[in-house]
Ligand binder design. Structure first.
Ligand code: MN
Length: 266
């Protein structure tokens, strides 16, 4: 029996080591639904073009989603920028899963929301895809360089510690401005269409909040925060964080190693 009316999930990043497939499986098991909306970056084709990490748990996630669709649950897949190769299939159905670029969803209490991944509101990713890909690679490189630098400094016996702290501080400020712009832009699009709000993903920052009378809702991710949005049968939307502790309590009989947390660029 469905426990909730709808599930909204985004930024699962299947195909990467950072993907928390075990936690997601646990969440899915506990949340049978009438409809599931996959709001982009479900499969990370960008990361997979460099290296692939496809675990049994990730395989099971795909199987469970396909099974839900086969068993009559409505499952809609809205591609994001990391799985944009699937955007050309928008308007088609594969394995009982509808593929759509964006969608209008009406909740049980009659509110209407725009469902969209959100890279469309991200000026960098939208207009300069190569910049985003470069950014992804640059980030990996930065981490490696920092490891190397630390090693060299230790070898040289240099006192003090050169870190990325200063860089990170500047980056956080930029990041906050970026999030603010993104949210404003998303809400603006929903308002233009006369809707009550927007449900998106992309920036890995889960939230439900009011922006100038419209609902800005972000599903978060299954790389780090492990969050989802659920719609209850009365139309109420709730942000659910699927904590490690809860999962471990349920898995006491068969404890599974959790993959390392890793930061992934949106
Ligand atoms: Mn994205």
């Amino acid at each position: 029996m469905p426990k909730v009316r709808s599930l909204f999930l985004s930024d699962i990043h299947l195909g990467t080591r950072a993907c928390q497939a075990d936690r997601l499986l646990d969440f899915l098991r506990e949340h049978p639904a009438e409809q599931t909306f996959l709001i982009g970056d479900i499969v990370d084709f960008w990361a997979m073009s460099r290296s692939i990490c496809w675990t049994q748990a990730q395989n099971t996630v795909v199987q469970k989603l396909l099974r839900r669709a086969r068993n009559g649950e409505r499952v809609v897949f809205i591609p994001g920028n990391h799985d944009e190769v699937l955007r050309e299939y928008c308007g088609t159905v594969f394995g009982d899963i509808e593929v759509a670029d964006q969608l209008m969803h009406e909740t049980a209490d009659g509110k209407r929301y725009l469902l969209i991944h959100g890279d469309q509101f991200d000026q960098v990713t939208r207009h300069h895809r190569w910049v985003a890909v470069l950014g992804d690679k640059a980030y990996d490189l930065l981490v490696r360089i920092n490891h190397l630098l630390s090693w060299v400094r230790r070898k040289l016996g240099r006192p003090g510690y050169w870190s990325l702290a200063g860089y990170a501080k500047r980056r956080v400020k930029t990041a906050l401005n970026f999030i603010f712009d993104f949210e404003e832009s998303a809400v603006h699009h929903a308002r233009e269409r006369g809707l009550d709000g927007v449900i998106c993903g992309h920036i890995h920052w889960a939230t439900i909040r009011d922006i100038d009378g419209l609902a800005y809702i972000n599903c978060g991710d299954w790389v780090d925060s492990c969050t989802a949005i659920v719609e209850h049968f009365d139309g109420r939307l709730e942000l659910v964080a699927w904590g490690e502790l809860e999962v471990q309590q349920r898995q006491l009989a068969a404890p599974a190693a959790m993959p390392d947390n890793e930061t992934v660029e949106v």
